[in-house]
Each structure stands twice: as structure tokens, then as C-alpha cells.
Write a protein of this length. Sequence first.
Length: 637
Amino acid sequence: MPFPALAGLDSWPLKPSVSLLKASLCAVLLAACSREPAASASTAVSGARSPSAELPQGPDLGELPAPMGELRSPPFAEMYARRDSRVDGWETELFNERASAQLSALATLLAQPAELDAQHLAPLLGERAACADLRPECASVALPGSEFAACRADAPVRDLVRVGPDAVLAALRELAAAFGGERSSAKFKVLSVEPEGDFVRTRAYLHAKGFEADGASEVHAMWELRWTALASESADALPRIVQVEVRHHEELRRVGNEKPLFAEATDAIFAAERTFDAQLRPDLEHWAARIDRTLGMSLIGHEGLALGDADGDGLDDLYVAQPGGLPNRLFVRQSDGTARDTAASAGVDFLDPCRSALFADFDNDGDQDLAVEFDPHVLLLENDGTGKFTERGRASAPSTTSLCAVDYDSDGDLDLYCCGYVLPDNANVTPLPYHDANNGRPNTLLRNDATPAGSAWSFADATRESGLDENNRRFSFAASWEDYDGDGDIDCYVANDFGRNNLYRNEAGTFRDVAASAGVEDMAAGMGVSWGDYDGDGDYDLYVSNMFSSAGERVTYQRQFHAADEPATRAGFQRHARGNSLFRNRGDGTFEDVSERAGVTMGRWSWGSLFVDLDEDGWQDLYVPNGFVTGQDPADL
């Protein structure tokens, strides 16, 4: 069944610079910018521990078999100048900027119905402007047992039945009534720009929401707009809307409750915890100006979290990995619902840069042990059952971005799979090619060789012998394990940041990459993966979190973009910007891409996902965290 968006669960992530996508140099520019020295006071936190003094150095980047390619970025002034679309000949992007300004003004009017009148609308409309019904009749989406009501109109509405400014105004007022309230907002995002003789045609996404005493509402729509072409390049030359057609329209209402599904609980949980206020409330830019870069301070924000019951009281506790110079934190839940930082007394307040951690019972004694990444190693810590941890081993896994525990060989103990990467802020490495790279750090499978209690733990590198070294240089962010083919053993899907993903089928303990034949290579900016039975047919479907880029959508379909390349190469770049993917398990070892039909591609800049029945109606919903590290832009989707 389709996935209507959930009222109260939306967020407004920030966009990647269009200049990065036009030049296909996103990773390069991030790397170049991150090498700028930060203002520093060489701040350290007293009392925190560091394992790095004892850790041997990892292999040099030169040992990787693929060409690494040093960064050769143009002078900063030249790059900055190219932010102006007129400098490098992208008139369509200049038009996007000005059409977006008009749509922003329209969004403001939709969110403030009192201002939605002929006078304010006039500067936005061309002569004899016309539109289809902007709130078309839509079919109800069955949500049995849910407090939500949803409807969708999937068939395009192209009949321009509203002709003239007064008729267009009436259609807009009808649309505004679908989400009206004292607290309402609307935003547009332009996804395509196509010159069309004396006019320009664009495709734009609309997201609007509103809250009233008797409920909350959302509207999601895709419009096709026809505009007057720019007659002048002067700053005040703005296009006018000539026609509006509706390609898709969706409404969602939560009846009887104006409050979002989830309430902010940060202050209630951490109000009494000094380390949270001192270290986690300030943003990364705050710390980058105060901590020496050589300590491992990062502006990328790739550090992760681990949830687990550290002290055995039945409540989940939170372990927070931090950039270098800030100690990792362990927040232990208390009986009153608050959290207390016990990292120092637990022996896990490490100062070294740390990107990932994981709670898991590695020694089968019934409590949650801890694995912590410190490049180039993973530190393995035994839990004494009360939340105190002791180092029991170290295993080599360079440039790990995430960890997952799995008994891949069915021997009764948990092994570790470590996703490898080469982070742009840590090494001069360019993904080659950008949309289909194969020159990243390899992922590592660490086999748990059980040892007697109290002795050192042994984790052996079993990547090659297990077959998981196939197609294993792809800048991986996340992996998830599930028996997707129902043969009784567990398989692995890997989401890769710069190109094709992997689906490793387990064949009696040896793995083979079958992503291409199964139809799930999903050549995009893979950053997260989740398994779930969304259609209730008894087998596991797959949802992959990628980067949705409106700039990429606009630019990669322009004729001048990579004009000399093969169509397949251009298609690869286009797919890279499309967004998230939902693959339905056919039950025969292959999958069907139902992403667009289900309406789940637009997850913005997604970092993960979770199948979960949020409204307790018996169907698995999707929750997708998103966003990126950049400046605040309240006007952006």
C-alpha cells in the first residue's frame, strides 16, 4: 500500500549546493573545505581517557589497489564565482532562482489566507493565467484502525478549468483550506526547468502543513507550472505563472488531536545532566572554533549513537560517539525517566575521534558488551553486568563508519561487520567515478572465535574467506542483515555512498554479491538500509536511504550536463539524485522497484530509515531521519 506522509513527523533538511552537483565534485569540495584550519584553543577535557597511544598505526592509504587521485580543486575565488549561474552558462539555474522566489511568495500567501487576495497575487500571475483544480478530488487511502485519514489523486489533473486571476485565486483558497490553521506553513521545491519556446516549464514539489484545535493536516503535491520566460537579466525581472497542472496530490489528516505524534523530551530527560548541556547542546561549529583540528575534530557529523541496556535494569541506555577532543558519553536511564552520564566511571569516556559504537553480547554471558571504533581499530569491551567495561581485545577495521553484530556462521556467537569508507575530511581521496566509485576502504567481517571467560577476546578477519571481499571498495555507510530468501541463513545488504550497493547472499556460510541479478544495486548515494514486510505478504522487503537532490534532478536532465558522455553514464548521475528506494520482495530471490508508485523517494538527504508501526494499525510505516551539515536556510525544504 502507498505511504502517505505522517502528520507531525516532517522535517526541513538543507540542500546541497547546486554548484557541487553541476561539477560532480561534492566529495571533492567537502574535502577541500574541511582541510581549512580551524581557529583553535587546543582545548581538551580533563579526566577523559584515550586508547590511541597504544594503538598501532593502520595501513597507509597507498596500499589500496584502486587509484586514489589527489584533490586538485580550483582556486576558491573561481569556485565561489561559479555560484552565479550566469558565469558558467546555466541560464536554467538562474531561472530556477527567480521562479523559486515567486513560489516562495506564493507559499507565504497560502500559509496566511488573510493575505491571499487579488492584490498580493497579481505580481505572481501572467495575463490570463489558468490552472487545474489545485485541490482535486482524491480517493481515500484505507488506514484501518488508524487515527489518520488520507486521500490521494495519482492521475494527473491537466484540465485548466480555472481561467483568469479570480478563478486561480479561488483555486488557491480551496487548497489553503486543506491545511489551514493558526500555525500553518507551505514550501515549494523546483525539481526541473525546461525552456519551451516563449515559455519555461517547471516541475515543483509542494509540502504544506497546518494545526488546528481539532487536528493536524498535511498536503503533498507535485505541480507542473508554465511560466513567462525572462525578458531581462536584471535582478527585479521575475517570471510570472501562466499555467498550473497537478501531477499528484495527497492529503493527510490526524483527527481530534493538534499535537504531533511525538513530543520533544530532550529537556525532560537531560535537564539535570551537566555534560549534556556543556558538550552536546553547542553545535559542531562551536567546537571547531575551540578544539584543535589535529585532535580529530570533524565538521561532517558522521559520529553515531548506540542503544543498549548497559547496567542490566531493563531500560535502554545511550552511548554517544563524539569527534576528537570531546569525550564519548554514556547516558544511563534512571527510574524516573531522566538520564545520568556515567561514561567516566564506566571506563568509556574516550577522547579519540570515534564514528561508531555498538552494544551486543559478544561473550554470551547475558549482558551488553560494547564495541567502539577508533580508526584503524575496533575496541572490544566486556560488560561486568553493572555497566562497567573492561577492554578484552582490538581488531583491525580501518575507516569504519558503522558496526553491526550478526552470527553469520551460525556457531552461536556474535560476529562483527564493519562498514569501511574514506572520509573526505580525513584523507585526500576522491570517489572515482563519483556516481559509481570503487576505490574506497574495504569493509571488514570480524569472526568471533569464542574464548574462555576473563581471557582476551579473539576476532579474526574473515572477509576474504567468507566471500564478502567481492565488490568491496564502495564507500559504505551502513549494512543490515536478514534472511531475505527464506533459506534459513542470514544475508547482508550494504548501502554505499558513491554508487552501487551490495546484496550478499549467504550460501552455506559463503557469500556472493547478487545485487545486480536481484535488481537492488540502487546506484545512488546510499546511507541507510532497513528490512521490513511493508505489504504483509510474509517476506522481507527492502528500503534504502539515499540523497534526494532537487539540484541534481534539475541539472542532470539538462542537455548540456555531461553532453559528451554515454547515455548510461548520464542515467547514473540522474539516478544518483532521485532519492530513496523501496524494493518489494517477489519471493523468488528478486525484487521489484516500487519506490515511485509507493511515493517514498522524497526522503530528502536521508541518513537511515526504520520500518515501524507508528500508529498501531497493523501496517509497517517508514520513518526517515534526514538533513545535512550546512548553514540554516529556513526557506528551504
